[in-house]
Design a binder for this molecule. Structure first.
Ligand code: FAD
Length: 460
């Protein structure tokens, strides 16, 4: 997941043949001083927009429902007690502290007043803009599977990761007190993509490597990690040989991989597979898919079947030339003719491109076409085991891929303190085989399988 740099090749042939619609760009302001850009979402894409507008004289306001930005690729390590929450989050205030031209507003964006050019917040406030960049990311997609939202734990936000961790340790305590309870230490992970593979691998490592030091009375045969994937392979986006390697590594680490099996229903303490098989489970983690942020559906703008915002090739919304959509919420064009995957690199690159286009429009220039540069993909399975597909036929597996994965994630974390604490935590775990932060915290404590409705959600 290499960091994007703003790419000079973006200034492609669009300059020579700008579309008349983009050239006209009615109502687009033409002076940096006094131009106000509002960015909704302080994730990879939103931050790339802000970074791209540094030293331009343009004022930027970042709006996010959280007062911190989250490094999602390491959430599963928070969930499995490898890292602490503060290691993967960074204060939004700290991001704007030394930038006189930037501001942060914590708020939940509920819509946009297109006519008045204002972003609407749930507290009734409105934030006016000259340019708007929608970078609100994605949410967990349960694909309508019965009971999934109520009974499975997602792993998309910091709250989700902490809830998984609390449940995990609660189950261990429950098993220690009453090991005969059916499925008490069975962990089912749904989805064999990168999130599911990383989660299953980390769970297996946690349960096998360090569990019995803390719970010496537990039967070593009790913990079970089951990974369910409806395709006949894991990691669809990777080459076949890397998929095979991943399957064999997970199996070697004790994960029961169930390929070609779909989840039909999730109930209280159990998962029902499409084949009819019922797995009694203490914890079910849902890592099977994402959908665009629900904000996309509130705008009256064009969406793809998966709910992502349809954008022009310069990343603007077709009916709103002063509005860009970037990152996971947008369906940006991909060189293959499809759309970019919902990953960090496309988010960073689309964010940087939107910033570049705003600068061009402010300078009275035409926009240029977005071109995605695929810098490769990676997934980790556990200690000394990862896969990396770096393009041009370069595939890594095992220790080299694992080291590359560790280095890349360390480098791309925000904040020197976070990088240092993660490095210390990882080194300590590596040397001691122990897990770091173990406290049981959060609203999930004390419950076995039911998920609490969050604030604002209906209880069923
Ligand atoms: C568990 C997990 C592991 C991952 N691992 C990898 C990996 O290894 N490699 C990789 O490349 N990608 C990975 N990804 C995907 C990657 O993290 C995303 O593609 C990337 O974060 C998308 O960036 P974004 O800026 O579009 O959205 P996000 O980073 O999700 O940021 C969106 C921001 O918008 C805010 N927001 C949302 N709605 C509103 C609203 N209505 N009002 C105000 N604020 C709002 C959110 O709080 C959030 O801060 C992973 C994702 C997850 C969940």
């Amino acid at each position: 997941m290499p960091m994007a740099t703003s790419d000079s090749s973006d200034s492609a042939a669009r300059d020579l043949h700008p579309s008349p619609r983009l050239q006209q760009s009615p109502g687009v302001p033409r002076a940096a001083a006094g131009t106000h850009v509002v960015v909704v979402g302080a994730g990879f894409a939103g931050l790339a927009v802000m970074n791209g507008l540094e030293d331009t004289g343009i004022k930027v306001t970042l709006v996010d429902r959280h007062y911190y930005t989250t490094f999602q690729p390491l959430l599963y390590q928070v969930a499995t007690a490898g890292l602490d929450a503060g290691d993967v989050a960074f204060s939004a205030r700290a991001l704007v502290r030394h930038r006189q031209w930037a501001d942060f507003r914590q708020g939940d964006v509920t819509g946009v007043d297109w006519e008045g050019r204002q972003v609407l917040l749930s507290d009734g406030d409105k934030v006016p803009y000259d340019f708007l960049v929608l970078a609100a990311g994605a949410v967990t997609n349960y694909f309508g599977v019965e009971g999934a939202e109520q009974h499975a734990l997602a792993i998309y936000t910091l709250d989700d990761a902490l809830a998984v961790r609390s449940r995990l340790y609660h189950q261990l305590e429950a098993a220690n007190a009453n090991p005969d309870r059916d499925g008490v230490l069975t962990f089912v992970v749904v989805g064999g993509g990168a999130t599911g593979v990383e989660m299953a691998g980390a769970l297996a490592e946690l349960l096998q490597a360090s569990l019995f030091r803390d719970y010496p009375r537990l039967d070593r045969g009790l913990p079970r990690v089951v990974l369910v994937e409806r395709m006949d392979h894991l990691l669809t986006a990777f080459d076949k040989s890397l998929r095979r390697y991943t399957l064999s590594e997970l199996s070697r680490r004790g994960v029961e991989v169930r390929l070609g099996e779909s989840v039909a229903k999730i109930g209280e303490g159990q998962v029902v597979l499409g084949s009819g098989e019922v797995i009694q489970a203490g914890v079910v983690v849902w890592g099977a898919g994402v959908a665009a942020s629900p904000l996309a559906g509130k705008l009256g703008a064009r969406q793809t079947v998966a709910g992502r915002l349809v954008v022009e090739d310069d990343l603007r919304l077709s009916d709103h030339p002063e509005v860009f959509a970037v990152g996971d919420i947008a369906a940006a064009p991909d060189p293959s003719g499809g759309v970019t995957p919902q990953l960090a690199q496309p988010a960073i690159q689309t964010g940087a491109h939107a910033a570049e286009q705003i600068k061009r429009l402010v300078a009275g220039e035409s926009t240029t076409q977005f071109r995605y540069h695929d810098k490769g993909i990676m997934a980790t399975i556990g200690r000394h085991a990862a896969v990396a597909q770096l393009g041009k036929g370069i595939d890594l597996r095992g220790t080299p891929a694992w080291i590359a994965w560790l280095a890349l994630h360390l480098l791309t974390l925000l904040g020197a303190r976070n990088r240092l604490t993660v490095l210390v935590n990882w080194s300590w775990r590596y040397l001691s085989w122990s897990k770091g932060p173990r406290l049981i915290v959060g609203a999930e404590t004390g419950r076995l399988t039911r998920k609490e409705p969050r604030a604002g959600q209906q209880s069923d």
